[in-house]
Design a protein around this ligand. Sequence first.
Ligand SMILES: Cc1cc2nc3c(=O)[nH]c(=O)nc-3n(C[C@H](O)[C@H](O)[C@H](O)COP(=O)(O)OP(=O)(O)OC[C@H]3O[C@@H](n4cnc5c(N)ncnc54)[C@H](O)[C@@H]3O)c2cc1C
Length: 407
Amino acid sequence: MSSAAENRYDVVIVGAGIVGLATARQLLQARPELRLAILEKEAEIAAHQSGRNSGVLHSGIYYPPGSLKARTAIAGRKAMLAYCSEQGIETRICGKVIIATRDSELGRLRDLEERASANGVRAERLGPERLAEIEPRAAGVAALAVPEAGIVDYGAVCRALCREVERAGALLYLESAVRGIRGDRQGVRVETAKGEVAGRLLVNCAGLHSDRVAALDAPVADGTHIVPFRGEYWALRPARRHLVRGLIYPVPDPSFPFLGVHLTTTIGGGVLAGPNAVLALAREGYRWRDASPRHIAALAADRGLWRLARRYWRTGAGEVWRSLSKNAFVRELRRLLPELGADDLERAPAGVRAQALRPDGALVDDFAIVETERAIHVVNAPSPAATASLEIGSAIAAKAMDRLGRG
Ligand SMILES: Cc1cc2nc3c(=O)[nH]c(=O)nc-3n(C[C@H](O)[C@H](O)[C@H](O)COP(=O)(O)OP(=O)(O)OC[C@H]3O[C@@H](n4cnc5c(N)ncnc54)[C@H](O)[C@@H]3O)c2cc1C
């Protein structure tokens, strides 16, 4: 990288995951003359959450009506389908069933049905016979069918977005971890592992490190920070993939909407089982042995996390147990798919979710975007942010254009 004066841009985006790339795309669609730089710490794009997820195109059924999640997931799913069709990226609207496996879950299933209607998402209540027509190997006392849910390979989406924005003039700097941010008269100077870049505005889409990048710009006043939760997967052996046709989910626990192992077919023809959710011992801790002493010390001193753990230790212990014991994991899945056996599953790569936590121990539920004098920080973009990415990108682009002057 040469000097900052030469490396001067209108917008400097940190993070080449799906949110950063979608933001670049939406900015350049609206204002093709903008000079854009994307700074990525890894040697490739989509190396973390965007390349390590379930690949589900969510319908938007789960989220509180009017929330950013609901609005951007519903509109984002449509935008993503249109984008994939334009780019020749395969998608499959295979539908999802959300299954109540015991009577005690029927109340929550009913709430979900009401939420679907409030969000304008199509959902059909199923009895066991109708469920058997859609997913013959699944079992439950009742279910909701969500026909609009589907699948896509978000890694392929990221590659298409990257090609498009580079063609439109954006510069992608790989292996360029952001280490410092300071203001100057024209905007912002960003120190990276490879040199300095200057811009009028910074957009932080750093996922698992978004709080650290935000803290380089300005202290986070309310102490909200990222806690990484690893999601481990198993894959159905090829001979058993016929057990699942589309997407099979349990009824979610409203306190932990991201919990609950499920079964998802993938664009590549596989079937994933998972993910669970265990506290990762490093921000990018994909295995138990990926443990960072600095991170563990921070977790031990994290009051918000202690508060969360005190309230939900049973839930957390269950997730750890399912991580350590394949049989426990299979038992959980068997509630949805009774024929499944431990021998049907082989290990698949894990992902790590970036989840924002408040100092009072509350998980930040909605997507969160915070603005400072020189930056826009995406401080919470967990699932369904891949589905919603083009809409989140549009929302950030609108904020950025307001800041830059609509020109
Ligand atoms: C296990 C799992 C399953 C999921 N399933 C689904 C699903 O089925 N459907 C769905 O819609 N969503 C799903 N999600 C959520 C979705 O994957 C994420 O919300 C989305 O990918 C977030 O994208 P991002 O760009 O914000 O983050 P990321 O993809 O993590 O990108 C952030 C980028 O910033 C870079 N970076 C970090 N720090 C720095 C720095 N200092 N300098 C430069 N670069 C930096 C990182 O290397 C990374 O490339 C899932 C997530 C996980 C983990």
